[in-house]
Design a protein around this ligand. Structure first.
Ligand code: KG4
Ligand code: ZN
Length: 337
């Protein structure tokens, strides 16, 4: 089965063609990063306008890269939740138009489930496993029982981890998005140079939850010390110290989840799963089976949408013409067991 996937939930406009939920024939991603850079963050209205401008050409390139025509497509899948509503509506409307014109089935896809599925495009991972989804918009540790069956064990009570990376980077003039820059600088720094706090939420109703606002504020409050010590030598140390606490917090929660569930198969996804310290630290856990998607499948892409949708279409899921965009999805069960 050949599925065409469309992703426009934030600032990437992406279209992909995937066979049988696994073979990626094309994956085209048009990133708007340069357009949002002057604003140090995604501007929702600009994002949706840019999606409108490029979606048709991204679609045409995905077909030609895959060497297929519209007649070869068996189903159309589109991210319809969660995300920026104006951005989502562009993909949803485009997908509906295609589905209507071509007479092909349409499915709506949950972006969170698709991120957790991304790894299956390269390294199939047996269910159940633990999923760590870390991006600019999401931070969650989940028990993943199947492609559409997850239980959120923990999530952030304030900022997403990627958002914390981006805010620290913005404050210290490192540009947007900041995760990659902080990761690169951290490799030259001493992670013990600054002592930053890590929020402890281990004892509440949701012991796997995380918080990043305290860490972020603590890092921002180092500015005086930072300026006194001089920009050049201090920046890598600041980045390394921040990154260590940010990532160790996640690792601690995954370890706790492994202990409670007895599951040591772990997949990571989302933009922050590209972080080199996160990747090496998770891989070092003895006795664990850990998989991450390659970097191009960590951040937003449509291959994960088309791959996930293969399973939904196969069991008969179909969206009707009322398919709409949903900015939030408070529907995952949040307690274990
Ligand atoms: O998944 P993604 O492309 O978009 C969504 O937010 O859905 O993730 C983008 C986030 C940004 O916050 C970016 O700073 C972060 O991923 N990021 C990283 C790295 N590469 C991207 N964070 C830490 N280390 C990285 N190497
Ligand atoms: Zn995403």
């Amino acid at each position: 089965m050949t599925v065409l996937g469309i992703e426009s939930s934030c600032d990437e406009c992406a279209v992909a063609v995937v066979d049988d939920g696994r073979i990626v024939r094309s994956s085209v991603i048009h990133s708007q990063v340069e357009n949002h850079k002057p604003f140090d963050g995604v501007v929702p209205e600009l994002a949706s306008r840019l999606h409108v401008e490029v979606v048709s050409s991204v679609y045409r390139r995905a077909l030609s890269d895959a060497g297929v025509s519209v007649d070869d497509i068996d189903a159309i899948a589109v991210t319809n939740r969660p995300g920026l509503v104006g951005s989502l509506l562009v993909g949803v409307s485009f997908a509906k138009g295609l589905s209507f014109a071509m007479g092909k089935p349409l499915v709506g896809v949950d972006h969170i489930l698709a991120h957790l599925y991304a790894v299956q495009l390269e390294t199939p991972m047996e269910y159940p496993h633990l999923g760590l989804l870390v991006s600019g918009g999401h931070t969650l540790v989940a028990l993943v029982r199947g492609f559409d069956d997850i239980e959120v064990l923990g999530t952030t009570i304030d900022d997403a981890v990627g958002e914390a990376f981006d805010k620290v980077a913005k404050f210290y003039g490192l540009g947007y998005p900041g995760g990659r820059v902080i990761d690169d600088l951290a490799q030259m720094g001493d992670s013990e140079a600054f002592r930053f706090p890590s929020a402890r939420l281990d004892k509440g109703d949701h012991p796997f939850d995380v918080s990043y606002s305290g860490l972020k504020t603590a890092v921002l409050h180092q500015k005086d010390r930072f300026l006194a010590a001089g920009f050049e030598p201090t920046l890598p140390n600041l980045c390394a110290s921040f990154q260590k606490v940010a990532v160790d917090t996640l690792i601690r929660k995954v370890k706790a989840a492994a202990k409670v569930t007895g599951i040591t198969r772990v997949v990571a996804g989302g933009g922050v799963a590209a972080n080199s310290y996160l990747r090496t630290t998770l891989k070092k856990q003895r006795g664990w089976q850990v998989s991450y998607p390659s970097l191009s499948l960590c951040s937003d892409n449509a291959a994960m949408i088309a791959g996930w949708a293969y399973h939904a279409v196969s069991r008969g899921d179909r969206a009707d013409w009322s398919l709409n965009a949903e900015s939030r999805v408070p529907r995952f069960k949040r307690k274990y067991p």
